[in-house]
Design a protein around this ligand. Structure first.
Ligand code: ZN
Length: 181
C-alpha cells in the first residue's frame, strides 16, 4: 500500500466526471487499498478516486472512531436509487479543501447500489453520517464539491483563497494552466 498525493482545490481535475469501472481486478483493489491508506493518513472518513487523480467511479469510507476497530468500505460504481424527503445538516469538510468547514443540508437517508471490492452487487440503506458521507463522495464522482452546496458568496471566497494559496506555493506549480479553477 502507498499514500498518494491529494488533489487540492482549485485543480480542475476535481471537476472531471469519473468513468464507470468495467472490471474489478487486482489493480483496482490495490488502488482501493492505497486510497484507504491515504485517507487514514490525512486523516479523513471518506475519499473518492478522483481526489488522488484517478477519474474512476470508486470511493472509500471508514466512519470508525479513533478508538474503534477500522471498518473500511469500498464502493464501486455507486448509484443513488432513492433519497429521503427528510433533510439533515452536517458540518462538512473535504481532504481536497483543507481546513475549511461548512454546514451542508442533504437528504437524511439514501439507498445506494454499488459493487463491493469483490465485484459483488450490493445495496445499502444509509442514514446519519453514512448517508451524508456517501452523498459527498458520490458528488466527487460527478465533479461536484461540497462548496457547491453553500452560498455563492461563501464559495467564491473559498475558491479565491485556494487560488491564492496555489499561486503562492513555491516550486514548479506556477504553470498558468494550473490556476484555472
Ligand atoms: Zn470531499
Amino acid at each position: 500500500m502507498s499514500i498518494k498525493p491529494l488533489i487540492i482545490l482549485p485543480d480542475p481535475v476535481l471537476r472531471q466526471v469519473s468513468k464507470p469501472i468495467e472490471r474489478v481486478d487486482g489493480a483496482l483493489r490495490k488502488l482501493a487499498d492505497d486510497m484507504l491508506e491515504t485517507m487514514y493518513d490525512a486523516p479523513g472518513i471518506g475519499l473518492a478516486a478522483i481526489q488522488v487523480g484517478e477519474p474512476l467511479r470508486m470511493l472509500v469510507i471508514d466512519l470508525a472512531k479513533e478508538d474503534e476497530t477500522p471498518a473500511p468500505h469500498v464502493f464501486i460504481n455507486p448509484e443513488v436509487l432513492d433519497s429521503a424527503d427528510q433533510r439533515s445538516v452536517y458540518e462538512e469538510g473535504c481532504l481536497s479543501i483543507p481546513d475549511y468547514y461548512a454546514e451542508v443540508e442533504r437528504p437524511a437517508a439514501v439507498r445506494v447500489k454499488y459493487l463491493d471490492r469483490d465485484g459483488k452487487l450490493q445495496e445499502i440503506e444509509a442514514e446519519g453520517l453514512m448517508a451524508t458521507c456517501l452523498q459527498h463522495e458520490i458528488d466527487h464522482l460527478n465533479g461536484v464539491l461540497f462548496i457547491d452546496h453553500i452560498s455563492k458568496l461563501k464559495r467564491d471566497m473559498v475558491v479565491k483563497k485556494f487560488k491564492k494559496l496555489a499561486r503562492d506555493k513555491p516550486s514548479g506549480s506556477k504553470a498558468p494552466g494550473k490556476l484555472v479553477g
